[in-house]
Design a protein around this ligand. Structure first.
Ligand code: ADP
Length: 434
């Protein structure tokens, strides 16, 4: 059943977190489009959920607030009526933010909507071992501050008590929806919300230790203008939209097949990508990009493009892999000679140029390995938004860009996917299986 306006408008504080959330909503049967930053798309997008992927987790709090408000304005212009602020399931933030300040700013900006006086904060994701009990976040069997997150280079998490963590970041009063309330079901949780409101609590940490708790929270939050949390709490939202008749029965996401040749681009040196490159190279054509050769002024991009073109325009067209992936020693050697930033930049720019030129030659299917690399390629291809399709491997869906001549894309962060990921992803992009 096509609908005029999306049900849910989401703002995610990083790109892979946005994809994770998108994957969750698609699994629940919501047609989902993810944008890269705040897009310049004035036309209405036909989807049940929209997700704006920001890169705001560790930037200055004021800038994170500004970006979140710009995203909210675009989502409201698209007609969304309920909103979701997505952050990491380990509550990655500092004493200065950004979870608290962004949540407060979003509530302020939504005050014309009913249910905007109060929200929950729930990073729990039991399937991934993140559980919340009495406001304390566990990772597996240990508290957050013993999980290794206390040593995170950018957002060290040294306090497992999320009420205390969030209180440091906001002026609003923080409260708790304790697990015994959640265990009683949605009506008890709604009653707990009312009690907290009467105590002037504006944001409540919500306990959850199981998927059943997330479904309860999903239903209990149906009247809130804003929900905040990890992708786990989104598990219960499609069911809640469905039970109130706002979402049609789950339909498989259908994406039109896209013709034309395909290419695999790998700019990640992570372990999983190295295994994927090795598996591909055992039997399929590949071309290596070396940052030192680029720095010497060799025509690496032209060589890579003509290698790919030769393979897909020949009598037996076949996709190729263009990769910079190499051993940790070789990466270090390139970094010693060129500097870390320049070595990375040369590789990213080269792969982005290869993508742009191959696109001009008719390539419309791209598999890309590497988080930063994916960002560079998507930018080079002028992609603003992605319609999310079926999951290829955990956390990596097949996607199709929106717009006039859509492209099929599988974008994975370096350490995702099994060894056969590249071939498997091409299979999905060729068929665009629902
Ligand atoms: P991941 O998701 O694995 O972190 P990214 O694409 O985010 O992958 O980051 C990998 C970085 O390593 C990129 O900046 C890329 O340009 C750089 N890189 C890839 N291959 C090489 C190489 N051979 N030498 C130096 N830097 C490289």
């Amino acid at each position: 059943m096509p609908r005029a306006a999306p049900l849910l408008g989401c703002i995610a504080d990083d790109f892979t977190g946005a994809t994770d959330l998108a994957n969750m909503l698609v699994r629940g049967g919501m047609r989902t489009v993810q944008t890269i930053g705040v897009p310049r798309i004035p036309d209405a997008i036909d989807a049940d959920a929209l997700i704006v992927a920001l890169k705001s987790r560790t930037i200055d709090a004021a800038e994170a607030v500004a970006q979140a408000l710009a995203a909210l304005a675009w989502l409201r212009a698209q007609g969304c009526r309920q909103f979701f602020f997505k952050y990491c399931s380990t509550f990655d933030s500092t004493g200065a933010g950004n979870i608290g300040p962004v949540t407060e700013a979003l509530l302020d900006a939504l005050k014309d909507l009913p249910g905007s006086d109060f929200t929950i904060a729930c990073p729990a994701f039991p399937e991934n071992g993140r559980t919340l009990y009495c406001g304390h976040l566990f990772v597996g069997d240990v508290l957050l501050n013993e999980s290794g997150m206390q040593n995170h280079p950018l957002t060290p998490m040294t306090d497992p008590n999320l009420m205390r963590v969030l209180q440091k970041q906001t002026h609003s009063k923080i409260g708790l929806v304790r697990h015994d309330m959640v265990a009683k079901g949605p009506a008890a949780v709604r009653a707990a919300f009312d009690t907290l409101r009467a105590e002037h609590v504006r944001i409540a940490i919500a306990d959850a230790v199981s998927n059943a708790d997330l479904y309860t929270l999903g239903e209990a939050c149906s009247e809130l203008a804003l929900i905040t949390g990890g992708s786990g709490v989104a598990l219960g939202l499609p069911a809640s939209f469905r039970s109130t008749g706002r979402l049609a029965q789950a339909e498989p996401v259908r994406i039109e097949p896209i013709d034309g040749p395909a290419v695999v681009l790998a700019g990640s040196a992570s372990r999983a990508t190295s295994a994927q490159v090795a598996a591909w190279r055992a039997s399929r054509p590949s071309f290596r990009i070396d940052p030192l050769a680029i720095a010497r002024g060799e025509a690496v991009v032209e060589q890579a493009v003509s290698f790919a073109h030769g393979h897909f325009s020949g009598a037996r067209p076949q996709p190729v892999l263009i990769y910079a992936t190499t051993t940790p020693e070789a990466v270090k050697a390139a970094q010693r000679e060129l500097g870390v930033a320049r070595a990375g930049q040369l590789v990213e720019e080269a792969l982005a140029d290869v993508a742009r030129e191959l696109h001009a030659l008719g390539v419309r299917k791209f598999v890309v390995a590497g988080g930063e690399t994916s960002g560079a390629v998507v930018q080079a291809l002028g992609v603003q938004a992605l319609r999310i399709g079926a999951q290829i491997d955990p956390g990596v869906p097949a996607t199709v860009s929106t717009g006039e001549r859509p492209l099929a894309l599988a974008l994975k962060s370096g350490n995702f996917g099994a060894a056969d990921f590249f071939s498997k992803a091409l299979g999905y992009l060729d068929e665009m299986r629902p």
